[in-house]
Design a protein around this ligand. Structure first.
Ligand code: DGJ
Length: 731
């Protein structure tokens, strides 16, 4: 049984394939957290709590003078503010104008087959028959007020993951102010954890960092209105000895694309608590009587199979149960995007020249990026005016799409729906559509303001314009961009006391418009983007099966960016392009072959003027496109292995994929340094069948030999040389 409820003991034990999670209603009705770790039995693990009278740790009212009982050190399932727990908490709320204290006690619970859904928010789903997934809902109620907190658990037994979310219900008869509602909290007994997280900046996202968790609170967060380039809403707690291949670790991914926070606290008893959810810094939600508030979902994994085991569980669970797009299993079009090829300087002739070349080289799609609308010849004007600039283009969008289609290519288009330039017709007509604080100059970024997507009328206005363009031409792909962090958060449409709701309402609005887009164009391939990977999170994958991973297209820096991204997200979601050299972001020169090998790590494409390539490079494009098309299934849905780390190995970064049916595997390696009198570089394959025979480059090896002995990489012949090896299993 995935969910075992022992009523007489008040014990809920959740089992997945290799993990167990447990909570228990204690004698006071408090829901304690008693276990999360390797799969075990249904014993009551609350014996691990040591009741001791600890100074300065108080007792909740009904515990009287029971001094060894204190919520200040007891592990709890959903700790709250105001009942004597001084650590980070799950929730802080109270009647408007009153002290926000809560004391949650067990009320009821239900177990059902299938997966709960979250209205208006991304959430993982079950399979066709709702098989293999169970939902546990535990309802807690405040001891004094009619405030109900529904803790939701989705138990994916086979996939080995558990999801969590929280619903708060107000039945007090008056307004309740929610000042903090985390999606989850989890307590660990005394452990020494390292925190592994993925920080970064624009054009250098998801840089892996590993540090010992110190005493006190450590926070990974964004208050930029998006999940951000700077911190990713995904963290890992790993035991000191956890490595790529073995060791205990837990991962937590928030399915949310706005301001978030993950907090970790190591307390006075060296116990660790982790909470994750919407960032509470600017958050305050007025919940009227009878209303419900839903906090977004978290997906969590425990494994003792190291980071590879963790990655495989997240990648597979997200691939099978989060990504909805019909494109999930289809071969993604190998596209050419004109951004780095032309920037704003293009017309039909120039685009057709690139398209003609793309068609000759075997590509599938031309994507027209920024600059086709309004007065958009630089990034200072035009955002918000989604009307085709036919004068600049030299034709209508319909004509352009038809001409591109005539070459056997499909056609895709860029939008940035959430933004407006002050120099635009939209802003001149509706300045109140932008988020800005009355009486203060706005904070501009890329000279643009953010539209108030918390407002339905604003979204509908933008939607109408976007749909008009999409209706006019045969557009099968949309790149939805978002090029700044949100600041100056004030909505002209919300009352004073509700301004703390804007950022979350904004995210809900963005999700709603994405949903409308997909409802209207169900076959659309939507690519997420926010100045590259500024909104690369699990929430977006519910709408977009691929996301532009970074504005940095340098193959060597991409090694670290894609390495970090791979820990949580399926490789098929990582959009990567071959661009020109010297690279536009950092001036580096790399071989064309290496750029192809790096971009082939995910959803593959080009971003350069194909018509300007040498004959030799064109031949290489043909080869790369053919290789990708022949192996896309392994790349998009194979088991992914990080073979060496770009952070630890200065000489070579290597990775591999093994097809689901084990019939083939691909190993790629990029040399990041050169040496005279070079050492032999040996890499061990992973995930092969030890007893099978594989052919690699015309030679036969056993799986055991490739995995244990490894294979020798060729000696690099130039800076940033690379290789790609294909292993085909012999029948
Ligand atoms: C940022 C994106 O990441 C780029 O790929 C490009 O679309 C530009 N925006 C266009 O403004």
């Amino acid at each position: 049984m995935a969910v075992n409820y022992q009523k007489e003991k008040g014990l809920f034990t959740l089992h997945t394939k290799t993990s167990t999670y447990q909570m228990k209603v204690d004698g006071h009705g408090v829901l304690l957290h008693t276990y999360y770790g390797p799969k075990t039995d249904d014993s009551d693990y609350s014996y691990l709590i040591m009741p001791v009278d600890r100074g300065f740790s108080g007792q909740p009212g009904d515990a009287g003078n029971e001094r060894d009982y204190s919520l200040d050190f007891y592990p709890q399932e959903y700790p709250v503010y105001g009942n004597g727990d001084y650590r980070i908490i799950g929730m802080k709320a109270g009647r408007k104008g009153q002290v926000p204290a809560l004391d949650l006690r067990y009320h009821s619970s239900t177990v059902t087959k299938g997966k709960y859904r979250l209205e208006g928010l991304p959430a993982m789903f079950a399979g066709e028959e709702e098989d293999g997934v169970s939902t546990l809902e535990v309802v807690l109620k405040d001891d004094c007020e009619e405030i109900y907190v529904h803790l939701l658990y989705g138990v994916y037994e086979k996939e080995d993951v558990i999801t969590r979310a929280v619903r708060v219900e107000n039945r007090t008869g008056s307004t309740v102010e929610l000042k903090r509602v985390m999606s989850m909290s989890v307590d660990f007994y005394r452990e020494d954890f390292d925190l592994i997280h993925f920080h970064g900046k624009h054009a250098m996202e998801r840089q892996m960092e590993r540090n010992a968790l110190p005493h006190g609170i450590t926070q990974i967060s964004s208050r930029r209105g998006t999940s951000s380039h700077h911190h990713n809403p995904f963290v890992i707690l790993g035991k000191k000895d956890a490595t790529e291949d073995r060791g205990e670790c837990c991962g937590f991914a928030l399915l949310y694309s706005g301001s978030f926070q993950a907090q970790m606290e190591v307390d006075q008893l060296h116990q660790t608590r982790l909470t994750m959810g919407i960032n509470d810094e600017e958050f305050c939600w007025r919940l009227e009587d009878g209303e419900t508030f839903t906090a977004p979902e978290v997906c969590m994994v425990y494994t003792d199979e190291g980071f590879t085991g963790l990655t495989h569980r997240f990648q597979k669970a997200f691939y099978d149960h989060l990504i909805r797009s019909p494109w999930k299993n289809r071969r993604r079009p190998v596209l050419v995007n004109n951004w780095e090829a032309t920037y704003f300087d293009f017309n039909k002739d120039k685009l057709m020249e690139i398209a003609r070349q793309a068609s000759e080289l075997g590509l599938d799609m031309l994507v027209l990026d920024d600059g086709w609308f309004g007065a958009r010849d630089t990034d200072n004007a035009g955002l918000g005016d989604w009307k085709v600039n036919e004068k600049k283009l030299g034709c209508s969008m319909k004509e352009l799409a038809e001409a591109v289609n005539g070459l056997g290519l499909s056609f895709g288009l860029w939008f940035e729906p959430e933004m407006v330039n002050e120099d635009s017709d939209l802003y001149r007509e509706h300045p109140d559509f932008a988020l800005q604080i009355p009486g203060r100059p706005p904070v501009r970024a890329r000279n643009q303001l953010v539209l108030d997507f918390s407002r339905k009328d604003v979204r509908e206005y933008v939607e109408r314009q976007v749909f008009q363009v999409l209706d006019e031409a045969n557009i099968v792909y949309v790149k939805w961009d978002m090029n700044r962090s949100i600041e100056s958060v004030y909505s002209a449409a919300l009352p004073e006391g509700s301004q703390g709701e804007i950022l979350h309402r904004y995210v809900l609005g963005m999700y709603e418009m994405s949903e409308h887009l997909l409802e209207r164009y169900p076959e659309l391939l939507l690519e997420g983007c926010s100045g590259g990977g500024g909104r690369f999170d699990a929430g977006m994958l519910y709408y977009a099966p691929q996301i532009w991973c970074s504005d940095n297209t340098d193959a060597i820096e991409r090694l670290k960016i894609q390495y970090g991204t791979s820990f949580c997200y399926p490789m098929s979601t990582i959009s990567a392009h071959v661009s020109v050299c010297p690279n536009h972001q950092n001036g580096r020169v790399t071989p064309f072959k290496t750029r192809g090998i790096c971009a082939m790590q995910g959803a593959f494409g080009y971003e350069l003027d194909l018509s300007k390539l040498s004959e030799e490079d064109k031949e290489e494009v043909r080869r790369q496109v053919k290789l990708y098309k022949e192996n896309y299934q392994v790349i998009l849905n194979g088991a992914y292995y990080r073979l060496t780390s770009p952070w630890e190995n200065p000489d070579v970064t290597a990775w591999s994929y093994v097809a689901e049916d084990g019939s083939r595997a691909i190993l790629a390696a990029v040399f990041t340094d050169l040496h005279g009198n070079p050492l032999a570089e040996r890499v061990r394959w992973k995930g092969l069948d030890a007893y099978a025979v594989y052919e690699v480059e015309g030679r036969e090896y056993t799986g055991a030999a490739l995995m244990r002995g490894g294979c020798l990489l060729p000696v690099p012949k130039c800076n940033y040389d690379s290789c790609m090896l294909l292993a085909v299993k012999k029948q």
